[in-house]
Write a protein that binds this ligand. Structure first.
Ligand SMILES: [Zn+2]
Length: 110
């Protein structure tokens, strides 16, 4: 069993799983988000997409490449120019003072 993909976003995990499924590659999700953990999940319990059949690992990695790249961009933190708090890449405004995300980070979204 190999770990393929980890994300705090369980809908993204689900998407990746269905991509593998349509290619006939069996996979399952470990640490699937639990209702009582909500958004407070620590990195240690991030949902992880795992492969049932290790021999198809390279094929699976190829299939998921585009999804992994976009997730890297999303996980890139940006620093608020107004209050200097760091924010997750998926936030468009500062969680602390609601200032807008700086232009140079916005460019990475497209
Ligand atoms: Zn701020």
């Amino acid at each position: 069993m190999k770990e393929l993909y980890t994300s705090t976003d369980s809908s993204r995990i689900g998407l990746c799983q269905s991509v593998l499924e349509s290619a006939g590659i069996a996979s399952f999700v470990q640490n699937e988000s639990s209702p009582w953990l909500g958004n407070m999940m620590s990195p240690a319990v991030q949902p992880t997409l795992c492969l049932m059949d290790d021999s198809r690992y390279e094929e699976a990695v190829e299939l998921l490449k585009p999804y992994q790249e976009s997730s890297m961009i999303e996980s890139m933190e940006w620093t608020c120019t107004k209050c200097a708090e760091s924010n997750p890449g998926s936030f468009d405004v500062c969680w602390h003072c609601e200032a807008e995300k700086p232009e140079n980070f916005r460019a990475l979204d497209s």
